[in-house]
Design a protein around this ligand. Structure first.
Ligand SMILES: Cc1cc2nc3c(=O)[nH]c(=O)nc-3n(C[C@H](O)[C@H](O)[C@H](O)COP(=O)(O)OP(=O)(O)OC[C@H]3O[C@@H](n4cnc5c(N)ncnc54)[C@H](O)[C@@H]3O)c2cc1C
Length: 575
């Protein structure tokens, strides 16, 4: 065993969020050590190769993080990924009235109307002069929650400020009460278009039917639509993870895999390091942190295992235990076929644009909500009506540049996903879906076959169906809930997430310990680099990070009284 090691910062978990934070902090000149339990870094941003020459994405596929300041601040073009905002503007303009958007309904293809597009483009900021889409997305996701002394209301919420200034006719206090359907009924026209938006929102975190979540729900659709279309990084989202990893390493961060953390060491009310599990492959079992420990693993593990019970008020621990995971989760499917999958004749016209089925009406939408969130068992709807989303390889990758299947004469579609209850809430127990795996796989194929041809033998070579629990095994940080970590509803949004007293990423009563995981911090998953960027404001406030000229704070950030402002020109003077 070697001597005990010391770093300025120790980060638990090398998923997307821990790695983003490592890149930011290492760029500040701090010594950073990231400890990862699994043999590989990346967490839920992995790209697996279950058989040689075939890649599937068991978790993340779409790039929601296009608006992130991290592209510029971390200079990601140096490390493998470039964001071209001008091209994004163009792709947004392409999504304009007059475009034919075919949507899949039980009777065949239905088309969005000009009013649908105009309403959508207006709300997304695309019709502003100049367009303010990036600003609106940053205000919604890339902005740290306000300090506790600031009242959160229609005047102070960042996205409300953006609407008030840039498009006052949209601003109304009711935006904070509406669900997404209320908003869409005001600005859009056709039912299939609204159902399509609501589904993408539900699949993206904030459900279309959650009260008070109209704007975050819509913005998550905007992030997915404008930044995903044609813009998936080489090597999938895991390829983007490599970019972040390279950036962190280039700035000096150390990554150790097969190093599960067993305990956060707390002395005199301060997190001072971590203890590794006995089976960790690294000799030193204690690693000291001179400035901070960041828990970039899930909140329940952080509070139930890593922080000793003597350091957390039992009521806080109970409230963490009670955090709702009821949002739902995904059954993820990948299909290896001989001929590529094709749409049936009835749906052919929507081959390019129809990715969700069936988009008929709120009746089907709510039937599905009742199935997942009410019945909370295996699906009871007939498979022909069961909704799904095709975020398949053929949709989001350019095969000439980065084919996901290099086996001659074969084709891969990964992934087609369906919403199911999180294991913890399944009426028949957490492993119920696993036990019925063959039946579930057959049900999924039946559901997709309503629209798609080619899912039968001999065309079908292999179907990888991943139950929610199997995904959790792949990603030890995910303990149920959505891929957002917990549900994205009014009581888990911004200054309420995960609990109001921790919304600014600090753990009360334990100095030097910060939360940095999708399940513990605003805004959760999907909005890449958001937690790392938001957390930076707090680490600057606490005197831990001192970034160079490359740093800029969120324009809506409000410093906490008595702390160092994260706005560069306000320097180190506590406000
Ligand atoms: C099915 C699914 C689909 C998704 N789709 C998308 C998408 O299309 N686009 C998108 O952007 N995002 C998507 N996501 C979400 C995205 O993958 C996550 O938001 C993101 O990966 C979360 O990163 P994280 O760092 O917070 O957590 P994680 O990825 O959970 O990383 C946590 C890391 O901590 C490690 N760890 C856990 N415990 C310990 C310990 N005790 N010691 C050391 N290490 C530990 C874990 O092994 C893991 O590597 C999806 C997720 C899922 C599950």
């Amino acid at each position: 065993m070697g001597e005990a090691e010391r770093y300025d910062i120790v980060i638990i978990g090398a998923g997307h969020n821990g790695t983003t934070a490592a890149a930011y902090l290492a760029k500040c000149g701090l010594s950073v050590c990231v400890l990862e339990e699994r043999p590989e870094c990346g967490g839920a941003q992995e790209n697996a190769e279950p058989i040689a020459g075939v890649h599937i994405s068991p978790h993340a596929v779409a790039l929601y993080g296009g608006a992130a300041p991290g592209w510029e601040q971390l200079e990601l073009w140096r490390y493998g990924s470039r964001m071209d905002w001008a091209a994004q503007r163009l792709s947004g303009e392409g999504f304009a009235s007059g475009t034919l958007l075919g949507l899949l309904c039980t009777d065949g293809v239905s088309y969005a109307s000009a009013k649908d597009f105009d309403g959508w483009l207006k709300l997304s900021g695309m019709l502003g002069n100049p367009p303010f889409i990036k600003e609106l997305l940053r205000a919604t996701f890339w902005s740290p929650p306000h300090p506790p002394e600031v009242e959160v209301n229609a005047e102070t919420i960042p996205f409300m400020q953006v609407y008030k200034e840039r498009m006052p006719e949209v601003w109304t206090e009711e935006l904070l009460e509406w669900d997404m359907f209320d908003l869409m009924d005001e600005y859009m026209e056709t039912e299939p278009f609204k159902i399509y938006q609501a589904y993408i929102a539900w699949m993206s975190g904030a459900a279309g039917h959650f009260e008070g979540m109209a704007i975050p729900a819509l913005e998550s659709v905007v992030a997915a639509t404008l930044y995903t279309t044609g813009t998936v990084p080489m090597g999938a989202i895991h390829g983007f993870y490599h970019t972040l990893f390279r950036c962190a390493v280039a700035h000096g961060a150390i990554f150790r895999t097969c190093c599960p953390v067993d305990e956060i060491i707390i002395r005199h009310g301060r997190a001072v390091g971590v203890r590794l599990r006995d089976n960790a492959t690294w000799g030193n079992k204690v690693i000291w942190a001179d400035k901070a420990v960041l828990s970039a693993t899930d909140i329940k593990q952080t509070f139930n295992k890593l922080i000793g019970p003597q350091y957390v008020d039992p009521s806080v621990r109970k409230r963490v235990d009670d955090l709702s995971l009821k949002g739902g989760t995904l059954y993820v499917n990948a299909f290896l076929t001989r001929e590529p999958l094709r749409y049936r004749a009835k749906f052919k016209e929507a081959e390019q644009t129809g990715v969700c089925y069936p988009m008929d009406s709120r009746e089907i939408y709510y039937e599905h909500v009742a199935d997942c969130m009410g019945v909370q068992g295996n699906p009871t709807m007939p498979p022909e009506r069961y909704p799904w989303l095709w975020a398949g390889s053929s949709r989001i990758f350019t095969p000439e540049y980065h084919s996901q299947c290099t086996r001659p004469g074969m084709s891969i579609e990964s992934s087609i996903v369906c919403y199911v209850p999180p294991p913890e809430y399944h009426v028949d127990g957490p492993d119920a879906i696993n036990k019925d795996k063959n039946k579930m796989d057959a049900y999924m194929r039946q559901a997709f076959s309503t629209v798609v041809e080619g899912l039968e033998e001999p065309n079908l070579v292999h179907h990888w169906g991943l139950t929610p629990q199997e995904q959790e095994f792949r990603n030890t940080g995910m303990l149920g809930g959505t891929w957002y970590g917990v549900r994205q509803c009014r009581d888990q949004w911004w200054n309420e997430r995960p609990l109001p007293e921790m919304a600014r990423y600090r753990v009360p009563g334990i100095d030097g310990l910060y939360l940095c995981h999708q399940s513990s911090a605003h805004p959760g998953g999907l909005c890449l680099m958001a937690i790392g960027y938001n957390l930076m404001h707090i680490l600057i406030e606490d005197g831990i990070a001192e970034p160079g000229d490359w740093w800029y704070a969120s324009p809506w950030y409000i410093p906490e009284k008595g702390k160092i402002s994260a706005v560069p020109r306000e320097g180190k003077i506590p406000v």
